[in-house]
Design a protein around this ligand. Sequence first.
Ligand SMILES: [Zn+2]
Length: 211
Amino acid sequence: MFCKECQYNLHALPESRCPECGRAFRKNDPTTFDTHVPGPVAKAKRKYGRHINAAIIISLSVLVLQTAIRIEVGNVRAGGFLPRKDLSTMPLGANPKWRWIPFDTPARWLEWYGPKDAKGQPVNRALTAAEQQRMQTDIRLFRHRNHLRWLVSTWGVLQYPCVFVLLPASLRFYVTGKTRRGKTLGTGGTIVAVACAILMLYRGYFSSLGS
Ligand SMILES: [Zn+2]
């Protein structure tokens, strides 16, 4: 038997404390000592494992939190597009999918919404002040919606695995954390993961995405 802390050989010791580093152990409890000297991987894991876990929790927390905030800000700018539209109020046959809006440049906007003659053909004339205003408002809104759609389909996709890795990782860190800092980190990670998971599921990022 060897000390878990310093690998000192504890065999045939009269006391139940490592003479080298002072770590306590119980002869009849194999979880309190090592049965053989750990290999280099196990040693490194013991030494750096918690640091690596902490780094993972911190980076995942930052990633999911900033994604959630960016999506919320984007949603406000896009005129509150999320959560998805209430499908029950949509006309029959309407497609509930949220597609890319191509009319986010003046040229494309004019093609679709510009002045038309009685036959529906585009008329080449200058826009009135009200039309100019409407064009600018539309373009701004369409750009925000396209940006939100991009955000949701890129970082928003990543949000799903990240949140569900962060949650067990930080919970485990909280439970096994021995130091105050470890507990705080575990608690923080858990709160971030739960908050982001609720937002994510409530927003239903993808249910409304179309191609
Ligand atoms: Zn020891």
